[in-house]
Design a protein around this ligand. Structure first.
Ligand code: IPD
Ligand code: CA
Ligand code: CA
Ligand code: CA
Length: 267
């Protein structure tokens, strides 16, 4: 295992302990609103601090981009860590046990390492560029599903910026009519990890943040899948729009997105 993946898994395990502890002590939460349907509690912050402290112990000068504390250091130079300390905060607050920790390492603009950890199921997803993707140290691959008709997709709903809701619903309607089912489980990072290990066949969501998707995209690519923005490009960390699947299904998903989402919402 690459030393940076080791650090990332150690950091994720520490954050996982904090998250599990508070899942048992939900009455102790101090919940703030960052905007419409956008919550944070001390758990997100404590988990993020634990992750950053662990990274800093080994690499005090690496750049960091983390959801709750923002950016430290310059991006696109040397090594940058991209961190979501608790992906699925709404689920966490409702004790709906589907949330994760997402940690990615980018070097000179390229995603190199990924860790996504589900603390309730103790599932650790890891990947390094060119080295494959793993779940609890066992190799994982995307599904072999070739037909959209028989496929199970994951997605995320818009919940605070509704400017693209019609575009989203148009894509949703089309996938609803052409697939075996759609799930909205509530953690984009885990949705992507589930594409990587074949539990779902594909995923699409609009308007995500870099920390929601950076680790998941590398996991999927290392598991033999494709993940792109809605134009088939690599601009997903900036646009926040992402579609992912195994290569055969990806083409069919891209066609639906192309037909239902207008160009201004695909960028
Ligand atoms: C959210 C989750 C959710 C997705 C949202 C994200 P957060 O992250 O990934 O699945 O639909 O867009 O913001 O705020 O719980 O870390
Ligand atoms: Ca959040
Ligand atoms: Ca998130
Ligand atoms: Ca989060």
């Amino acid at each position: 295992m690459h030393p940076l993946v080791n650090i990332a898994t150690q950091a994720a395990l520490e954050a996982g302990e904090i998250i599990r502890h508070y899942q048992e002590h939900i009455d102790q939460l101090d919940i703030e609103s960052k905007g419409k349907n956008d919550y944070v509690s001390q758990v997100d912050k404590q988990a993020e601090n634990a992750i950053i402290q662990t990274i800093r112990k080994y690499h005090p000068n690496h750049a960091i981009l983390a959801e709750e504390s923002g950016r430290q250091g310059k991006e696109n130079q040397g090594v940058e860590w991209i961190i979501d300390p608790l992906d699925g905060t709404t689920n966490f607050l409702h004790q709906f046990p589907q949330f994760s920790i997402s940690i990615a390492v980018r070097e000179k603009g390229k995603l190199q390492h990924a860790v996504i950890y589900d603390p309730m199921r103790d599932e650790m997803f890891t990947a390094s560029r060119g080295q494959g993707a793993f779940l609890n140290n066992r190799r994982i691959r995307v599904s072999e599903q070739k037909d959209l008709d028989d496929s199970l997709l994951a997605t995320g709903f818009p919940y605070h910026d509704f400017s693209y809701i019609d575009s989203y619903l148009a894509s949703f309607k089309s996938f609803m009519q052409q697939t075996a089912g759609i799930r909205r489980a509530g953690s984009a990072a885990l949705d992507l990890a589930y594409v990587a290990c074949g539990r779902v066949d594909g995923f699409w969501e609009f308007n995500l943040k870099p920390w929601d998707i950076a680790a998941g995209v590398l996991l999927i690519k290392e598991a033999g899948g494709l993940a792109t923005d809605f134009n088939g490009g690599e601009n997903f960390l900036d646009s926040g729009n992402i579609m992912a699947a195994n290569p055969k299904l990806y083409k069919q998903m891209a066609k639906v997105i192309g037909q239902t989402v207008p160009a201004e919402h695909r960028a």
